[in-house]
Design a protein around this ligand. Structure first.
Ligand code: EPZ
Length: 431
């Protein structure tokens, strides 16, 4: 298996380009099943999660071609309604197939997605939404069986105990676009990735009002047609690169990202005193001398502070003098990065849903274990600020959501190498 060897190497300098958003591309790929006409997608990132979703699309019968890097053409002429366990278990976002299969075929059989280390990943709201569209839903032997022969629009409140659901909203919007009648979806997720999906559906002929707001009105249409669509930039990747510049006190310009996609995140970094220059399509982090100021942050659904940038900010706050508090309201145990940061010398205590971070800590390189996508990124960011070498194992987690991560960061001065775990000093190998 691959590992990363990362060595603290001082301030990063240069320009770093953001790829297409994983969390937009996944539901958008699923949405190509809503029509029998070709859909051309650009700016699709080359990630293991994308390859998993493309494999499932091919399994249900879609034709997929890649005319050039980053561009995919999908044609779902004759498709089946079954998404099997052996494919779905690889990636829980495959639950997004429910909506399109239900809308296009009037039925679906999708394996129940697994949980993951950041916490249980229930889908009760997805099922509630389908039932509100008059679908019959049954759960048996690890599958969700949906009979949508009598599907029709209706009023749906989709809020759960943590507020809105991102893929739940995507699923129900995709189920509703071909359902007779009108669907009023309240407490819809407003994440930019959901907005991007809705914009593509409208290009395909869907009728959706209120895009970007928590209240969507969907009027069912007979059929959707093909379209061309370019996936939005990945705001989480962009935020990760901003923190790479900040934690090394470098001069880094993140390009291909509209700052307004990162409102709450940039607002908190401004509160911390990070010098930045915002362009129309870029964010520049500037060097600074005195420590940043500690922060009190709570993760919330968009437009609140994004949970997917919680671990990365925690790494930065270990280098900030004073006490920072980061409270995780979306996934209460999304702190798998904390014990690994502690191994590197960070002073962090977990109090319920909050991480209390006492900075600034002197970090030293150590063998650490990646546990999930964003925790892996946090460990690498901390390693940039640590003395000595950090070996990060299980980096397949990172490959799910960051395209050409080590190449992009090496190009701005990071010392990061992808090696085989057989090249790790024997005494450092984890269990
Ligand atoms: C999406 O996951 C993202 N993944 C996640 O990004 C992200 O962390 C999350 O939204 C929150 O922003 C994709 O878009 C592929 P949710 P999703 O449904 O849709 C609870 C990453 O690192 N909930 O918005 O699965 C749930 O337990 C990944 O890129 C229910 O209770 O998240 C959580 O507490 C990690 N019942 C909260 O809602 C449901 O039916 C938000 O979950 C669904 C969700």
């Amino acid at each position: 298996m691959d590992v990363f060897k990362v060595s603290g190497n001082g301030p990063l300098h240069g320009r770093i380009q953001v790829s297409g958003a994983k969390n937009a591309a996944l539901p958008i790929l699923a949405a190509t099943l809503l029509t029998d006409e070709p859909v051309r997608l650009r700016n699709v990132p080359d990630l293991s999660d994308m390859r998993s979703m493309l494999e499932i699309l091919r399994h249900v019968g879609a034709e997929t071609t890649q005319p050039e890097s980053g561009t995919w053409e999908i044609r779902a002429e004759n498709i089946s309604h079954i998404a099997p366990y052996e494919l779905v278990r690889k990636m829980r976002a495959s639950v997004c197939l429910l909506g399109p299969l239900v809308a296009r075929l009037g039925k679906a059989e999708v394996s129940i997605p697994g949980g993951c280390v950041i916490g249980p990943r229930p889908i009760d709201l997805h099922i509630k939404g389908l039932k509100k569209l008059n679908c019959q839903v049954e759960i048996a032997n690890g599958y969700i069986y949906v009979d949508a022969s009598d599907i029709r629009g209706g009023p749906i409140f989709l809020g759960g105990r943590s507020g809105s659901t991102v893929t739940g909203t995507a699923n129900i919007v995709m189920a509703a676009v071909l359902a007779p009648g009108t669907t009023r979806l309240e407490c819809a997720a407003c994440e930019p990735e959901v907005v991007d999906l809705c914009r593509m559906l409208v290009k395909m002929g869907a009728r959706i009002e209120g895009i970007g707001s928590p209240e969507l009105t969907i009027t069912g249409v007979e059929k959707l047609h093909g379209c061309e669509h370019s996936v939005i930039a990945d705001r989480i990747e962009a935020g990760t690169f901003v923190i790479a510049g900040a934690i090394t006190r470098g001069d880094v310009t993140v390009t291909g990202i509209a700052p307004q996609l990162l409102g709450a995140f940039l607002d908190k970094l401004e509160e911390a005193g990070l010098p930045m220059e915002l362009g129309e399509d870029s964010i520049r982090v500037l060097p600074y001398e005195a420590s940043l100021r500690p922060l009190d942050v709570i993760t919330l659904p968009h437009p609140g502070y994004p949970t997917d940038l919680q671990a990365q900010l925690s790494a930065l706050m270990t280098q900030t003098e004073g006490l920072s508090i980061i409270t995780e309201r979306i996934y209460p145990n999304r702190f798998m990065h904390v014990p690994e940061l502690q191994r590197m010398g960070a002073d962090i205590a977990i109090e319920g849903p909050s991480a209390i971070i006492k900075g600034a800590s002197k970090l030293s390189g150590a063998p650490v274990m990646a546990s999930d996508l964003r925790a892996s990124a946090a460990l690498i960011l901390a390693a940039f600020a640590a003395d000595g070498d950090t070996w990060i194992q299980r980096i397949y987690h990172l490959d799910r959501g960051y395209e050409r991560f080590e190449q992009k960061l090496s190009a701005i001065g990071a010392k990061i190498e992808r090696l085989s775990d057989t090249e790790m000093p024997k005494e450092l190998l984890g269990e």
